[in-house]
Design a binder for this molecule. Sequence first.
Ligand code: G3H
Length: 250
Amino acid sequence: MHRTPLIAANWKMNGSAALAQDMTAALNELSQGTTTVVVCPPATLLTAFTNPKTFALGGQTLSHEVSGAFTGELSANLLLEAGATYVIVGHSERRELNFETDALIAAKLSRAVAAGLTPILCVGESLSERQQEKTQQVLARQLDAVYASQPELLANSVIAYEPIWAIGTGESATPEQAQATHHFIRQHLAKFNSQSAVTVKLLYGGSVNADNCVALFQQADIDGALVGGASLKPVEFAQICLAVTKGAKE
Ligand SMILES: O=C[C@H](O)COP(=O)(O)O
């Protein structure tokens, strides 16, 4: 099964209008069509990408509400109007620092899909959960919560496996560890819908860089990456986008 690779940049609370211009210049050099590239800057910078020819834009979170008195929140429609077509949902930093629950994440996913945004759903275990051999249990809980809320949401999402212990640490999961977990996720999704388990894109996230990405992209169930730190460096991020194209699997 050929799945078009997808590389997403998560700038988190970093970047500037100048970086948006530099990133645009670096990515517009890439040829179109072989890989989907998505840049998720802080929402205030979405409109600073004035000429994105080869890539799409995404938000980093959204409200589960449509509109109203929710100070500081961003609706799906506001993201769309600013140019986003994707949105990250359930990043571990939002789960931990903003106390986002599985139920809230499912509601946000539902709102994103209803509005026409493609969600990038983040799942992943902490170091202690991995050490206690609870990785599969945690992932199953995170996926099951979405399925229970609305069965078709997962089929309409991109799923990013981000082990929390690998985020921003410089310690990526090994390609074998990542592949084993991606395989588990695909098998778990097959219990819900065998067709969408084959077609859904699974990204790896956690200390991905230009050096370690090739071996990750060679793994059968890894369809791309959600990149944090290295996505703030236009040349390196473009290299990662090129590497996934070269490693494209049949
Ligand atoms: O969303 C991106 C991830 O949190 C990965 O961040 P990182 O590449 O800096 O480890």
